[in-house]
Design a protein around this ligand. Structure first.
Ligand SMILES: [Zn+2]
Length: 177
């Protein structure tokens, strides 16, 4: 653990961690569980979306999915670690530490998003909880599809391909969560 974060803990240690919390912390090793990853993969396949790579190497922030041709990346943000306002609550014990940890994760997310945008990438961030039911999964897939279409269009413009009628730049992409 980094020093700046350890300083937020009394005596530099986790104290009074409940059995439940301890279990939660141990079970959330990575960004999110295998089931979340599987849900996204299945949803993409069901939607007939192709051209993606899972866990691409060498892209800042380690996105979950990358569409190399259209330069779209997708991150699934774990509700606990990324401090989701809807479901990620801050644990009562060692709360100073957790506040610091979550806000730092959030800053890092913003920084990565900005850096990737500068490289001409379209960044989609999806909350882990959105993949837990059909309608919000469908909404997430729609956002991905729109981003893919928009970037494909930009790419065609660059190459000088004629655009089909009515495919102007009216489509607005909302990259917020
Ligand atoms: Zn959430």
């Amino acid at each position: 653990m980094e020093r700046s974060l350890r300083e937020k803990l009394p005596g530099g240690k986790f104290l009074n961690v409940s059995a439940v919390r301890s279990k939660t912390m141990a079970s959330i090793k990575g960004k999110h569980g295998k089931s979340t990853e599987r849900k996204l993969r299945m949803a993409l396949m069901r939607a007939g979306i192709r051209g993606w790579k899972l866990h691409p190497q060498g892209i800042q922030g380690n996105p979950d999915v990358h569409f190399p041709k259209t330069k779209v990346v997708v991150f699934v943000d774990g509700c606990f670690w990324h401090g989701c306002p809807r479901c990620g609550h801050v644990p009562h014990t060692n709360s100073t530490f957790w506040h610091a940890k979550f806000s730092r994760n959030h800053e890092r997310d913003l920084m990565n998003t900005r850096a990737l945008k500068k490289l001409g990438m379209k960044v989609i961030r999806i909350w882990e909880h959105s993949l837990k039911n059909h309608s919000s999964t469908a909404a997430a897939i729609d956002r991905i599809r729109l981003a893919l279409e928009a970037n494909r269009r930009i790419d065609q413009k660059k190459k000088g391909f004629p655009l089909s009628p009515g495919s102007g730049s009216r489509v607005q992409i909302d990259s917020r969560r």
